[in-house]
Each structure stands twice: as C-alpha cells, then as structure tokens.
Design a protein. Structure first.
Length: 508
C-alpha cells in the first residue's frame, strides 16, 4: 500500500508533466512559424533577384534624385508601382543596406503584420479551433514568404499580402459572423491598395462578394462597408494620379493601348501554362474536404476570390508566373482552410486525409518551381563586373532581364530612361505574328520611333561606358546596323567580350 509521501510525489510529478506539456503546446506553434520564417529568409539569399523589382528600385532612386516620372524616367505601370519601392530605398540609405535587402525586410514585416491582423480577425471563427488556427497560420506564412520564390516582392505578391485581412473578413461573413468595425476598415483599405496595384484585381473581390450574396440571398453584400471603403481608396488614388501624374494617362495610356495590350497569348496557349493544372488541382483538393457531407462556405468563398484572380490571369494574356501568384496563393489558402477545418471530421479516414495533405504538399513544391521561372542573365555578371565598378551601362535589347538586375549587382549606373527597348521588341513580334496591320502600324511605328529618340537623347546626355548588345533573345546587332542614327553614337565602342550571344562593348 502506497504511503502518503509516495502519493504526494506522484501528484507533483503528474502536475509537473502537465505544466511541461502545456508549455510545449504553447511553444511549438511559435517554433513552427519561426522555422518557416527562417527558411523564407534563407531563400532570399539563394533565389536570383527579380528583374522588375531591380528596375523599379532603380526608378525609385531616380525619382528620389529629382527625375520626373513618365518624363525623365519611363515606367509603364501606375505610380503606386514606384511608390512601393521608395521606402526600401530610403530604409537602405538610413541603415547602410542594399535597397534589395531593405525591401525584402519590409515585405517580411508587411506579411507578418497582415497575417497577425488576419489571425485576430479570425479568432472568433467557428470554423477553426485554436490548434487548427496555428496550423492554418503556419501554412499562410509559407504561402506569403516561401511560395513566391523569384516573385517575392512583386506587386502581385504585395497585393495578396494587403488583401489577406479582406479574405479573413470574407471567411467570417461566410460563417454568418459579423467582423468588428476596425477589421472592416482594415480589410477595405488593404483591398483598395491591392486593386490600386492592378485594377483588374477588382474581379476577385466581385467574385467573392457575389458568391456570398448568392449563398445568403443578400445582394446588399455587394455594397458591404469593406467593399465601399476599397472603392473609395481606388477612387482617391485615381484622382491623385490624374492630378499629379497626367503623363500617365497622356503618355503611358496610348502606349499600353497600342503596343502592350494587343500582344498576348491565345486562350489555348494560356491553358498550357503550369498555373492552370496547379490551380485546378487546388480546386479539386479543396472540394475533397467535406464537413458533415457539406462543403465549407468559407473555403468556397476563398475559391471564388481565387477564380476571380484566375480570370484576371487569362485577361492579361501574358502567362507570366507572377501574374498567376494571386490565383494560386488564394486557392492554396482555401485548401488549407478546408484541411484545418476538417481535421476533426471522423467520416474521413486517416489515410485519405494524409493523401490529400501529400497532394497539397506536392502542388506547393510544383508551384514554387513555377514561380522560380524567369529569364536569368546572371551569366553576364562576372564578365561585366571585371570591367570595374560604377560603369555606365546601356543595353540594346527588348528583354528587360538583360540589364536588370545586372546593373545593380555590378554597382553600375543605368544610362537609359527606359527599362529596355521593349516597344521595338513588341513591334517585331507583332510584325512576325500578323498583329501589325493597317489599323495600328502607324501608331506602333510612332511609339518605336519615339523610343529610339529617347535612346539617342540618353546616350548623348550620359554616354555609356559599357553597351550590351543582345543577340540571344533578339537580333539587336542587325537592328543597330539598320539604324545608323544610333550606330554613329557607338562608333567609338569595340567588342570586349561576347557571352552566350550577348556582345559586351566598351568605349575605346
């Protein structure tokens, strides 16, 4: 028979074990989030820099230096695309960091804040327990920080980060729960920011709100407060652009209408992009999870938003990986929400649940590979760097990836006001594919001629010390031969090296 002292010792040990178990349960979620964040930061040092971000950082530096946007430096995106990267430049200068590093840090901070706010919004959600909520938070953090790969910090990536509180509000409303007023305001502001980046992202919000309106037979959901706030943000932004950047409408507008928009892939070619099977796989995975024989309305709401982003992907007709990030990311969040909400569902066998989880993991890895697909001109870095720092660099190419982020990586100075001679590149493509005809030939040729005039002015104003002539993605040596007004400005340059079809000219 046990003594009183033995009983007391057993009680103490049991109590200590319970305390340790509770402490471990409290620490493990944070360890999970920390591990995901560590992997994401590690990837920033492994994954090649993004072409568009490199260029937009250069534009931000030029604007801060006094250049006038759409005049002294040409960018085809709305002003918010440049504003977004100015904080990274300023922070980098203040802390003596590269703007790329500072920008990545700000994106990580934005993702953490957005995820934290969304977690607070979802705290009263009936669809998630506290344990399942941590699992969903971990997956969401991976979607925001690991999944993007080379698209990390792109406008689409930042848009999804800004949109996350709106998705949390939609999940609550789908569960017939009313979010607090502050959550509605934050969601509306974030959604407005996302649509300001790309106006066609409004399709995603319309799809999500329309499904809720249909589910609850309440058309007023379409004009819910968060949607109205988002619309006000976009309207105010549009007025500011019209007042302070009229050249965006007078210069960029016709350029986009005549050159950028007409060039795109066919519907059949878009269907062949990896984004489509990846998205369809996520839809099927989400629909595979049922609770009490029914689909999760919150997850269906996220799928509707994802479908809106898929529509935007097809409308853009370019098929680039970063255009597909919103549709894939939100669909993954829908799948993760269905998975975590159904962990306690007894009707689903453990083997089936594990199989669906493995399917989600496979899609995640495949999507990472897709988002890591981009033109890579890193083979030029060593050859240009050996010419010395602070070179004034110009590239004759229609491929932006030839010059960016190369010029930043070799501590050079970009000579041109343009990212590349992309109008000429598009014009040649339109000519070869029959898109250039009597109806638009004059307008496109006029845009290409103006682009050459800008090039000539820039060379005269700031003569380059290094000129890259791209014969890898185009025939730019031949282009130079038929444009003597440009060739004469480069008569004092000689071939220093040639790498993979790219000629490196230096001034004699």
């Amino acid at each position: 028979m046990a003594s009183d002292s033995d009983t007391a010792s057993a009680t103490i040990l049991n109590g200590t074990g319970i305390i340790f178990a509770r402490q471990r349960a409290a620490i493990e979620p944070w360890l999970l989030l920390g591990a995901i964040l560590a992997i994401a930061i590690w990837l920033r040092f492994l994954v090649p820099a993004n072409t568009d971000i490199g260029w937009l950082l250069t534009v931000a530096e030029r604007v801060l230096g006094g250049d006038v946007l759409y005049r002294d430096v040409i960018e085809t995106n709305p002003p918010i695309a440049v504003w977004t990267y100015i904080p990274g430049v300023l922070l980098g200068r203040a802390l003596h960091l590269k703007p790329e590093v500072a920008t990545d840090a700000l994106v990580f901070l934005a993702a953490a804040i957005s995820l934290g706010v969304s977690a607070v919004i979802l705290r009263p959600s009936r669809a998630l327990s506290s344990a399942n909520g941590w699992l969903l938070a971990g997956f969401a953090l991976a979607v925001l920080t690991i999944l993007p790969m080379q698209q990390f910090g792109q406008r689409e990536h930042i848009s999804v980060i800004a949109l996350l509180p709106m998705l949390a509000v939609l999940v609550l409303r789908a569960g017939k729960q009313t979010p607090p007023r502050w959550a509605i305001i934050v969601a509306g502001l974030g959604a407005g920011l996302a649509v300001a980046f790309k106006p066609h992202f409004a399709i995603a919000l319309v799809f999500g709100s329309s499904l809720l309106a249909a589910q609850f037979r309440a058309p007023r959901i379409l004009i819910s407060p968060q949607n109205l706030i988002a619309a006000c943000v976009v309207a105010i932004y549009g007025v500011c652009v019209a007042i302070f950047y009229p050249d965006f409408f007078s210069f960029v507008g016709p350029l986009a209408r005549d050159v950028y928009i007409p060039v795109g892939k066919s519907f059949g070619a878009m269907l062949m992009k990896p984004a489509v099977p990846l998205w369809l796989a996520l839809v099927l995975l989400t629909l595979s999870f049922k609770r009490n024989g029914r689909q999760s309305k919150p997850a269906l709401g996220l799928l509707a938003v994802s479908a809106g982003f898929a529509a935007a992907f097809f409308l853009q007709r370019k098929g680039w990986p970063y255009h597909a990030y919103p549709m894939i990311a939100v669909a993954m969040l829908a799948t993760a929400l269905s998975f975590t909400a159904n962990l306690g569902e007894t009707s689903m066998s453990r083997a089936r649940r594990r199989g669906l989880a493995a399917g989600l993991a496979i899609v995640f890895v495949c999507a990472m590979a897709w988002f890591n697909t981009a033109f890579d001109a890193s083979f030029l870095r060593e050859h240009v760097a050996r010419l010395g720092p602070h070179q004034k660099i110009l590239a004759l190419t229609g491929e932006p990836g030839i010059g960016h982020p190369l010029v930043r990586e070799v501590d050079g100075v970009w000579v041109s006001r343009q990212q590349a001679l992309w109008v000429e590149g598009y014009r040649e493509f339109m000519q070869k594919t029959g898109l250039l005809g009597a109806g638009n030939e004059a307008a496109v040729n006029a845009h290409a001629a103006r682009e050459r005039e800008f090039l000539i002015e820039d060379i005269r104003k700031k003569p380059p010390t290094v000129v890259l002539v791209d014969n890898l993605t185009g025939e730019w040596s031949a282009w130079l031969a038929v444009h003597p007004e440009v060739a004469v400005l480069l008569k004092d340059y000689s071939l220093a090296d040639s790498v993979n079809g790219v000629d490196i000219l230096t001034r004699r």
